[in-house]
Design a protein around this ligand. Structure first.
Ligand code: F6R
Length: 619
């Protein structure tokens, strides 16, 4: 939560900090949008700053009306409020040292009260209610002592508990931005005569595709021509450069009405790119797992850990891995897993799933699992993020940047990666014949084109959503892989359209939830294929009849040609035929479109729903 950007460029004519910082903040706004602010140091050693409550546009308008003096050095912040409400005063940057030092912060400083009391006793005046302002005054105090910004920040981080990425600039040190990180993200962008810092690579991908991560408990100092990384003890640290495989346009709306509309349209590509280079001649090859192949062959249990939408994708993985690789799989919310003293050993494979690679709950669960001796494999969409660094191996999904706060294309990419992992494990464990694997691979390769076809009928879903703009409650039912899809459909409606929505396993209906059904209640039902050998289809059709008999309005998502649901459903949204497990990747698409369209019909901001941030980097 919170997005941060830092920049140093050439001084002299054409200094462009403000432009770089606002561009970076625009791409990081998904991380929080309660307020935004920038601080700029010019080559004369003047520090100027501006910050405003509200979305970034409020700050942009303000700066247009009353521009800052630009400089070659600057920092920028977009906030998701934790300590103190979303006000101008609580917005970052926070100033200290008589306005000569500016600091931005992502995270939570847990011992801020004690530190603040100390500063108050020394007569320091606070202008905000934030934990971050405490850090600004502490760095200012240390700077007065050391005269060196990096040394001052290093002295301060030794006294802080909690999670933080901090960036600091000082008027006396034009051309320098200093940063430090613990449990919050920070990446470096390497330019030509200019360098960048950001919460993720989206912050600077418009300027450079060369990047380096800053590790846990490390500090970085950027100047126009140099980058220096040290640990919290001041020892130099070796860092490895990587190439960003997103281009700048991928992080732009490109003519779409919203990032979410664009990202849903990219679901076919997200699946196709995640398959790319990993399937050939009817076999699955995951070279990224070569280093852990020996240990993978000996696992006797898999635990999938993730949060929200990523956890629902995890349930798809459970069904696929158990069916194909015959190894027991549990799926657990990362925040529950970590605190329940789970039994883990070296034969446990923990699979963490995270689009951002920064979700704190998932990150902490990953660290915990490794401490307990389990091996951790991560499925992640963001290069340079923390979770892959903390894992034994990583399968990157190649969905491209996901900017809309609610996850869509990442879900289908995560499902695809899990299906690949299931087939890979089945190959290693010899639980499927090569013919059976080849059959699944062929079906999986056909999914992108089938998602395209589902998207072609989006207009019908928009019309339905328009009719339902006043709906107060929607239920979602599914069985087998339809169950996580029901959960995902409900979550999208809650977070995007602020409508009460619940997803249930259809078999659970008669154990309680059917009491919710009253005349007019809208229920989406994900209907499995009538070709399914497990005969789930007739069971779901019976469930539909049970709720119809009690007055529910049923919207069925069913396979093309499924005539059995027609007499009982008020609406049927058809999806192309696919193998039973892969139907999930098709059935979820109309639900993503529905959530987005219903939110739009209610006049809501689909990219930035209230109270949320994309990367949940606090617990
Ligand atoms: C819902 C959504 C969230 C995320 C969850 C995990 O639309 O986006 O539920 O899926 O916060 O985020 P990552 O995948 O970044 O760990």
């Amino acid at each position: 939560m919170c997005g941060i950007v830092g920049y140093v460029g050439p001084s002299g004519a054409g200094e462009k900090s403000v432009e770089v910082l606002l561009g970076g903040l625009k791409r990081l706004e998904y991380r929080g949008y309660d307020s935004a602010g920038v601080a700029v140091v010019d080559s004369e050693g003047h520090l100027d700053s501006r910050k405003r409550a509200g979305k970034l546009q409020v700050l942009v308008d303000d700066l247009e009306a009353d521009p800052l003096t630009d400089g070659a050095t600057g920092i920028g912040h977009t906030r998701w409020a934790t300590h103190g409400g979303p006000t101008d005063a609580n917005a970052h940057p926070h100033l200290a040292d008589d306005g000569k030092l500016a600091l931005i912060h992502n995270g939570i400083i847990e011992n801020f009260s004690a530190l603040k009391a100390e500063l108050l006793a020394e007569g320091v005046e606070f202008l905000s209610e934030t934990d971050s302002e405490v850090a600004a005054h502490l760095v200012a105090r240390a700077y007065r002592r050391t005269g060196d910004l990096a040394e001052a920040l290093r002295a301060v981080v030794a006294t802080l508990d909690g999670a933080f990425t901090l960036l600091v600039v000082h008027a006396d040190q034009p051309g320098v931005v200093v940063g430090a990180r613990r449990n919050s993200p920070l990446v470096i962008g390497l330019g030509d005569g200019e360098n960048f810092l950001g919460s993720d690579v989206a912050a600077f991908v418009a300027y450079t595709r060369r990047a380096m991560s800053v590790g846990q408990d490390q500090m970085v100092t950027i100047r126009p021509d140099s980058v220096e990384v040290v640990d919290f003890d001041g020892n130099p640290v070796e860092t490895t450069e990587f190439d960003i495989d997103w281009d700048a346009s991928a992080a732009e709306k490109g003519g779409w009405s919203s990032f979410m509309a664009k990202e849903i349209s990219e679901e076919p590509e997200a699946v196709a790119k995640t398959l790319l280079g990993r399937v050939a001649d009817g076999a699955v090859t995951l070279h990224e797992l070569d280093g852990v192949a020996d240990r993978l062959a000996t696992i006797d249990r898999v635990i999938v850990i993730a949060c929200g939408t990523a956890a629902y994708a995890g349930i798809l993985g459970k069904y696929a891995i158990e069916q194909w690789a015959r190894v027991p799989v549990e799926v657990e919310l990362a925040h529950e897993f970590r605190y329940r003293d789970p039994v883990l050993d070296e034969k446990t494979l923990v699979v963490s799933i995270s689009q951002s690679g920064e979700t704190m709950d998932t990150l902490m669960a990953v660290k915990y699992a490794r401490e307990q001796g389990a091996q951790v494999l991560s499925i992640c969409n963001t290069q340079g993020s923390t979770i892959p660094r903390e894992s034994d191996a990583v399968i990157y999904t190649h969905a491209g940047p996901e900017v809309a706060v609610a996850s869509t294309k990442a879900f289908v990419a995560q499902g695809t990666a899990l299906f690949l992992l299931g087939l890979h494990l089945a190959t290693l464990r010899g639980t499927m014949t090569s013919e059976a694997i080849a059959e699944q691979v062929t079906d999986l390769q056909a999914i992108p084109e089938k998602i395209e076809r589902v998207l072609e009928s989006s207009e019908r879903i928009s019309t339905l959503a328009g009719w339902m703009a006043d709906t107060r409650s929607v239920l979602f039912l599914g069985r087998h892989v339809g169950y996580p899809i029901a959960l995902e459909g409900a979550l999208k409606l809650k977070e995007l359209a602020y409508i009460h929505a619940e997803g249930f396993a259809a078999g659970e209906l008669k154990h309680g939830p059917i009491a919710l059904i009253e005349p007019g209640q809208i229920v989406f039902v994900i209907v499995p294929s009538p070709r399914d050998p497990r005969s789930l289809h007739p069971k779901v059709v019976s469930n539909i009849q049970e709720i119809r008999a009690r007055g529910a309005r049923v919207i069925a998502i069913a396979e093309e040609g499924d005539a059995a649901v027609l007499p009982f459903a008020d609406e049927v949204l058809h999806i192309p035929l696919a193998a039973p497990l892969f139907e999930s990747l098709l059935a979820v698409v109309p639900l993503h479109v529905f959530g987005m369209e219903l939110a739009a019909a209610k006049g809501l901001d689909v990219d930035q729903p209230r109270n949320l941030a994309k990367s949940v980097t606090v617990e």
